[in-house]
Design a protein around this ligand. Structure first.
Ligand SMILES: Cc1cc2nc3c(=O)[nH]c(=O)nc-3n(C[C@H](O)[C@H](O)[C@H](O)COP(=O)(O)OP(=O)(O)OC[C@H]3O[C@@H](n4cnc5c(N)ncnc54)[C@H](O)[C@@H]3O)c2cc1C
Length: 484
């Protein structure tokens, strides 16, 4: 026996997209209920770096051109146009709640290079302007602050949010329209019926190992975000015949994974005195040639003559210059957000996270790598630094800086920020079937079935959660109440 509650619009998932959808649906006159799987709402939005895309007025056409170029034709233009239009309004929308928004600029002072926009050479990149919400406490960009701002607005409106309540099934009527969902709480199954519509905002599948192994181009890859994101929205929408898209796209970079910090620390060196080597002690890519969100591209290759990925794990090998110059990890988000990396790397050396040796042969022994191969690799790289020509991987001349002892190393794995795939949505945020027709009364937003179809520009995910969350909420509230 299940109890039954009724509302106009049911939102499933209380992260950035769910909160935005709830606020807008409420303000359009709907009675809204949110159900959230975890006891603490916020999802990845809360743990994020809080950089979000909001294009300046007059740049919309360029932004559409840029996102289209990054999607490699996998996302229809009207879907991109809807995103850009809604994103253009996000800054003013948040400022209306009292937020202080500030344009974010990433400086090119780290290696691999951290830049924004992510793909400056693609057309229209100048339109990809990001904002952040500043925290009044510490003047830092802050996902926590962003989510609190949204959650305050949800509470202020009296919107009911039920936490610790994972949605299990979508309920449909005779026409196949979605009219509610079941969820569990306290060991019981409950039902919420939605007179107008349901909005799925359950995030990605970062914590669903089976889906990651099945769909991502490289595996294993450990997630650093909120553990509630297990692809539930994908499973629920797929059961109703939704088209599933963009499942192979994700954001993942190199990380040092250590006990207690799943996914681990993002690594970016203060100087370019370093290389990456694979399990065989050999360099495998231009270490500075990847975009930070897509470092996984560099390790996705395999060797036809040897089983498995030669690069999982791989190793960052660096010298005294890189070690002494400053912290090799500066991340402030995800699972490591409460850890302060020491400014001189000494704490992490003492913990054994960074390995040190006086010779390359000794370092290879610690790492269990072939000493002769590693010595050959470092010698060849150092010689190339003398000429400035990286004949193997074409690093730029100014970054060809030699590695001199004492020597240091870290074991590198892939750390995942988020996935992009899920049910496809149209330009009205409706979930659609493979023939493009919508599933009645079902909307979605955020990283669940994101529009990013191939590459991704930093700020585009929180940007999408806020922009399409708002759109989904507005449109969900417009549906006429159904009757039998
Ligand atoms: C460390 C980190 C840093 C990031 N930095 C940035 C950044 O600076 N800029 C950027 O654009 N992107 C960034 N991202 C990505 C971005 O944070 C997310 O893509 C975006 O916030 C997703 O918002 P969302 O609302 O779609 O999902 P989420 O915020 O993840 O919310 C989804 C919610 O749904 C809940 N849920 C899941 N299943 C169910 C269910 N069955 N029933 C009910 N609830 C369910 C989850 O528990 C979660 O609370 C970052 C991500 C991480 C992890």
């Amino acid at each position: 026996m299940t109890d039954e509650t009724t509302c106009d619009v049911l939102i499933i998932g209380f992260g950035g997209a769910g909160a935005s959808a709830a606020i807008e649906a409420h303000d359009a006159g709907a009675e809204v209920i949110i159900i959230e799987k975890l006891d603490e709402p916020g999802g990845n939005t809360r743990w994020s770096n809080c950089s979000w895309f909001s294009p300046p007025p007059g740049t919309e056409k360029m932004a559409v051109e840029h996102i289209d170029a990054l999607c490699f034709g996998r996302t229809p233009i009207p879907v991109i146009e809807a995103y850009v239009k809604m994103a253009g309004e996000t800054k003013a929308w948040l400022e209306g709640f009292g937020a202080t928004a500030k344009t974010t600029h990433f400086l090119n002072v780290r290696y691999p290079t951290i830049t924004h926009p992510s793909w400056p050479n693609f057309p229209g990149s100048a339109a990809m302007v990001n904002q952040t919400v500043m925290s009044p406490r510490d003047d830092q960009p802050n996902g926590e602050r962003l989510f609190q701002l949204l959650a305050e607005q949800v509470t202020k409106r009296g919107i009911k949010a039920i936490t610790g309540a994972p949605a299990k099934e979508l309920i449909t009527n005779d026409k196949g329209d979605v009219i509610g969902a079941t969820y569990t709480k306290g060991g019981q199954t409950h039902t919420i019926k939605a007179r107008r519509s349901v909005v799925l905002t359950t995030g990605g599948f970062e914590f669903n190992e089976e889906m990651k192994n099945e769909y991502l181009p490289i595996y294993p890859v450990t997630a650093i975000g909120s553990p509630g994101n297990t692809g539930d929205g994908i499973t629920m929408a797929r059961k109703l015949g939704a088209q599933i898209w963009h499942m192979g796209v994700c954001v993942a970079g190199f990380g040092l994974e250590v006990e207690g910090y799943p996914g681990g620390f993002g690594i970016s060196f203060p100087t370019p005195h370093f290389i990456h080597v694979n399990k065989y002690g050999k360099r495998f890519a231009n270490e500075l040639g990847t975009e930070m969100h897509f470092a996984w591209h560099g390790v996705a290759a395999f060797d036809p003559k040897k089983p498995g990925h030669p690069t999982l794990p791989s190793y960052a090998i660096f010298g005294e210059e890189a070690f002494k110059k400053g912290a090799v990890s500066i991340g402030t988000a995800g699972t490591t957000r409460h850890y302060k990396w020491s400014a001189d790397n000494s704490a992490e050396l003492a913990k054994g996270w960074i390995k040190k040796a006086d010779s390359i042969a000794e370092l290879a022994k610690i790492l269990k790598l072939d000493a002769a191969a590693l010595e050959k690799t470092v010698t060849k790289y150092n010689e190339a630094c003398g000429t400035g020509v990286d004949g193997d991987f074409h690093r730029s001349k100014d970054t060809m800086q030699p590695i001199k002892g004492p020597f240091y190393a870290m074991e590198m794995h892939l750390r995942m920020v988020n996935t992009m795939g899920g049910p496809r949505r149209d330009e009205n945020a409706r979930v659609v079937k493979p023939d493009g027709t919508p599933i009645g009364r079902l909307f979605s937003a955020g990283e669940l079935g994101s529009l990013w179809g191939h590459l991704y520009c930093g700020g585009g995910n929180v940007g999408e959660a806020l922009a399409i969350g708002r759109q989904a909420g507005q449109n969900a509230a417009k549906e006429k109440p159904w009757s039998n």
